[in-house]
Design a protein around this ligand. Structure first.
Ligand code: SIN
Length: 539
């Protein structure tokens, strides 16, 4: 299989016989970007929000650290802008950074208005620091469960809005397009089956693809469905080589790979190797608070040097009361494995955390497909450059969710008042020799391969090996029609993996999260640019 061949749609459908549903605005994804968008749409427009799992299950809900914004008298917008550019290693888009940073404080005020209870200190918003930030500017909630609290309040507000319908357990399989216009989506609802949903405007906010790696902080829903479906529909994707690895993921056999927030280092935690040495002091002048790409690589090298599968976070020199008050969730997750975070060292190693690449959007959230808007982790807005600054993602979801809701509303109100289903159909001819496929086994193999060959340190030889395997698997997986969520997710994971490996092989330099042992230098002359993914050709 070459030239990025893939079927246009993953499933057969027929507008004559399938079930239909109509809405003014369709939002795919119930994380922070999707729900913020829903709340911005005027009451005269009907809104349908789909989530493939339970409504509360999104990457946003698992965010620990917080939301960055210039909120203290000592801080300036210019500082936050500069920090974002430094972390982004020369690839951040100037207008995007400027817009998001300047809108952050008012977005945080809106959240408070929507009912989010951020942590306070002496009656003021408590602000913490994370890697790459020159000032304390991160608001947080419930200590280390910011995402949980933000999503609780946003979902509650959305549930009270008469024009918004929230629909869980409904996976979006593909976008319906005609002459490049996006007209709706093919979805599969538990207990109902396939539905064709037609909308005047569609907002994609389906999140990232961390599940493409074996070690990840992401929940199982993060399988890159939105990126893959948008690519099949003809949307432009870019920056797919930039997967951000979070430096500190709990590494205990038998535990889920829980995130250990960067705020732990922001509050003074140290990283030590197996011999107790604080190795970050030699790696970067900012030590534990260097940007994530630098800390993740230093951990990787330390694990190689010491031949030990992890490093350790040490909080034993900090006030135990403060530690327990700031990090109750982490304390609980660790105590389940007999680790007292006020005394014991926490075993950690890096894990896939945030996909920087995705569907290309402009400042207002337009994709290149009329009718399709996008916001949040599924996109590549240019905010994060080649390495996202900590706690800049929830704020991106809020700003872009708001922007694209306004654009989508105008589009829905003005452009296509007389919309209706149009005759479309698709028939997949699964090869006759198809055998039963062990989807879980293949998904695990893909995740292990990506962890081994497309991880923190990459080189051409190992990436070519990964490409060979992924292309081989794609040949028999992408050609067939599945009837299950796990099957469609595997097809989407493979699709995203192909685009990631292609981009990573193409970029022959090291920049931000993309580090190549065979091209260790940053090469601005040739590579200070975004890479667009190749388009699909028919199978
Ligand atoms: C963290 O708490 O370390 C995660 C914050 C982020 O990814 O922005």
């Amino acid at each position: 299989m070459s030239n990025f061949q893939a079927n246009r749609y993953l499933v057969s459908f027929n507008t004559r016989t399938d079930l239909h549903q109509f809405t003014d605005v369709l939002i795919i994804g119930a994380g922070i970007a999707g729900i913020r968008a829903a709340l911005e749409i005027p009451p005269e427009l009907s809104v349908l929000v789909l989530n493939k799992d339970k409504l509360a299950e999104s990457n946003s809900s698992y965010a620990q650290g917080g939301i960055a914004g210039v909120l203290s008298a000592e801080d300036r917008f210019e500082n936050h802008i500069e920090d974002t550019h430094i972390a982004g290693a020369g690839l951040c888009d100037f207008d995007t950074v400027e817009m998001v940073v300047r809108e952050a404080p008012s977005q945080i005020s809106d959240l408070i208005r929507f009912g989010v209870k951020f942590d306070l200190e002496n009656g003021e918003l408590a602000l913490t620091r994370e890697g790459g930030h020159s000032h304390r500017r991160i608001v947080h909630a419930l200590g280390d469960s910011t995402g949980h609290e933000v999503m609780r309040a946003l979902l509650q507000k959305a549930k009270q809005s008469p024009n918004i319908v929230l629909q869980g357990e409904t996976i979006t399989i593909d976008f319906l397009t005609h002459e490049e216009n996006c007209l709706g989506a093919i979805a599969w609802r538990k207990g109902v089956g396939r539905i064709l949903i037609w909308a005047k405007a569609i907002i994609l906010a389906s999140g990232g693809c961390g599940m493409i790696y074996r070690e990840t902080t992401n929940p199982p829903v993060a399988t890159g469905d939105g990126m893959a479906a948008a690519w099949r529909a003809g949307a432009i994707l870019q920056d797919m080589e930039f997967m951000q690895f979070h430096p500190t993921v709990l590494y205990v056999a038998g535990s889920s790979r829980s995130l250990i927030s960067e705020a732990v280092r922001g509050e003074g935690g140290y990283l030590r190797d197996v011999n107790g040495v604080r190795f970050m002091l030699d790696a970067d002048p900012r030590a534990e608070l260097a940007p994530r790409d630098i800390v993740s690589r230093a951990i990787f090298k330390t694990m190689e040097r010491t031949q030990h599968p992890n490093v350790y976070l040490d909080l034993s020199h900090l006030d135990p009361k403060l530690v327990l008050q700031r990090f109750p969730g982490i304390a609980k997750a660790c105590s389940a494995f007999g680790i007292d975070i006020t005394k014991d060292r926490i075993p950690v190693r890096p894990g896939a955390h945030y996909m920087i690449g995705g569907v290309h959007v402009d400042l207002r959230g337009h994709t290149n497909l009329p009718g399709l808007f996008a916001a949040g982790e599924v996109t590549s807005s240019g905010l994060h450059g080649a390495n996202r600054l900590a706690s800049n993602s929830l704020i991106e979801g809020l700003v872009y969710g708001t922007n694209c809701a306004r654009e989508a509303s105008n589009y829905a109100l003005s452009n296509r008042q007389d919309f209706h289903a149009i005759p479309l159909k698709n028939q997949i001819h699964t090869p006759a020799e198809s055998e039963i496929l062990d989807v879980a086994d293949l998904t695990n193999s893909l995740r292990s391969l990506m962890t081994r060959n497309m991880g923190i340190v990459r080189d051409r030889k190992r990436m070519l090996e990964a490409q060979r395997d992924v292309e081989f698997w794609s040949k028999y997986v992408l050609a067939r029609e599945f009837q299950s969520r796990a099957g469609w997710e595997l097809q989407n994971l493979l699709t995203v993996a192909r685009l990631m490996i292609h981009a990573a092989l193409t970029r022959e330099e090291s920049r931000g999260t993309h580090y190549r042992a065979d091209f260790p230098e940053t090469n601005d002359r040739n590579w200070k640019t975004h890479l667009r993914s190749p388009p699909r050709t028919d199978l």
